[in-house]
Design a binder for this molecule. Structure first.
Ligand SMILES: *Cc1c(COP(=O)(O)O)cnc(C)c1O
Length: 368
């Protein structure tokens, strides 16, 4: 399998090594100046006043709901086509999860969100899936009108924008620094916000609720990121526009090479939205020569890794079935997408030969 075109490739360079060594030699391994620098870079990229680093993207989502005061009896609206962390965070907060169906771009449909809003709705949680921002302009119009806070699941979308406005700036922006994400520290998360009060609460929450040493101001937790981890993220954040641009260039190349294949729907980017291509996800329709799963296994034989994000809508598992905090809705478009989506390699370390291998393999398998 060594010469497969990989779906994920993590390459850290001398800048990361140098900063990590600095931390190791400083003897201060826990949260310190590197975490603060990483937070500053997230403020720059998102244009927000505050960024709070936590130890995972899941913690970022859960802590955001916590500081908004979300709890039992409350309702949070999110996307059915997402990673389990989105739903788990809502359940952990004690709230009920409701699911708005998606549009053709695979992000949450503002009209569906609107139809689910009740007087118990305390947050809308759009997911910027695969690096494509949700339709934030319309979602904000809705949420602002009703005074409902936004918690963005921006785990896959650092650097993405809508009409020039960065994701993470629409409310509480939740990013992940997990090993496969566009910027990684192995594990890690960030919450961005313009709200000084919420940022202060997040800082309390991540550090056992302590205002000062042994001065407990609220019930807290240990959600801290280490300086060793933050050191890894700093050079990548400094190179973020280069990372996004090469992923976008690779996506354009794939789109050009995969045009016109019967039954293969390529990613399309709605007007005004800047997609950072965490994933390059195609849809395989009924008229294609192979179905989605056959295509994935034949691609593996041809030396191209691929992956399904996600094989089912997020609540379609036994552990969520009949759960009192999961309101299973009618989401036919998300269910159909889950049967059709397939992610192909698009990351910034692919060579031209790799991209041609992907295009050649898909074309060979699906062109009559
Ligand atoms: C990765 C991811 C998360 C969770 O982030 P972790 O850092 O792994 O906890 C949440 N939502 C989405 C959509 C993700 O892709």
């Amino acid at each position: 399998m060594a010469d497969q075109v990989p779906l994920v490739s993590v390459v850290l360079g001398e800048a990361e090594e140098r900063l990590v060594l600095e931390v190791l030699r400083s003897g201060q391994l826990a949260q310190g100046p590197k975490v603060e620098r990483l937070e500053g870079l997230f403020c720059e990229v998102t244009g927000t006043a505050h960024a709070v680093a936590l130890n995972s993207g899941t913690a970022a989502l859960a802590a955001s709901l916590d500081v908004l005061g979300v709890g039992a009896g409350d309702e949070v609206i999110t996307s059915p086509l997402t990673f389990g962390a989105t739903l788990n965070a809502i359940i952990k907060a004690g709230a009920k999860a409701k699911f708005a169906d998606i549009t053709d771009d695979l992000t949450i449909d503002p009209l569906a969100v609107e139809s689910l809003i009740t007087d118990r709705t305390v947050a809308v949680m759009p997911v910027h899936l695969y690096g494509l921002p949700a339709d934030m302009t319309r979602i904000m119009r809705l949420a602002d009108g009703k005074g409902i806070p936004i918690v963005e699941d921006a785990a896959q979308a650092v650097g993405a924008t809508v009409e020039g406005r960065p994701v993470g700036s629409y409310g509480l922006g939740c990013f992940s620094l997990y090993a496969t994400k566009n910027v990684t520290t192995g594990e890690g998360g960030i919450v961005t916000t313009d709200d000084a009060g919420l940022a202060g609460l997040l800082r309390l929450l991540r550090n056992q609720g302590m205002r000062g040493r042994y001065d407990y101001a609220r019930i807290g937790d240990n959600l801290r990121l280490t300086d060793v981890q933050a050191a890894l993220g700093i050079p990548q954040m400094e190179q973020l526009s280069t990372i996004a641009e090469s992923r976008r260039r690779n996506a354009q190349y794939l789109i050009a090479g995969l045009q016109g294949i019967p039954g293969l729907e390529l990613p399309s980017v709605p007007e005004g939205r800047f997609h950072v291509f965490h994933q390059f996800t195609v849809r395989v329709h009924g008229e294609a020569l192979l179905d989605r799963d056959e295509l994935a296994s034949e691609l593996a034989v041809a030396g191209v890794q691929s992956s399904v994000h996600y094989p089912r809508v997020v609540f379609d598992y036994d552990c969520y079935a009949d759960h009192p905090q999961v309101e299973v809705g009618d989401v036919p478009r998300a269910r159909e997408a889950a049967r059709q989506v397939l992610s192909l390699p698009v990351h910034q370390h692919l060579s031209g030969v790799d991209l041609d291998t992907v295009i050649g393999a898909v074309g060979h398998l699906l062109r009559a």
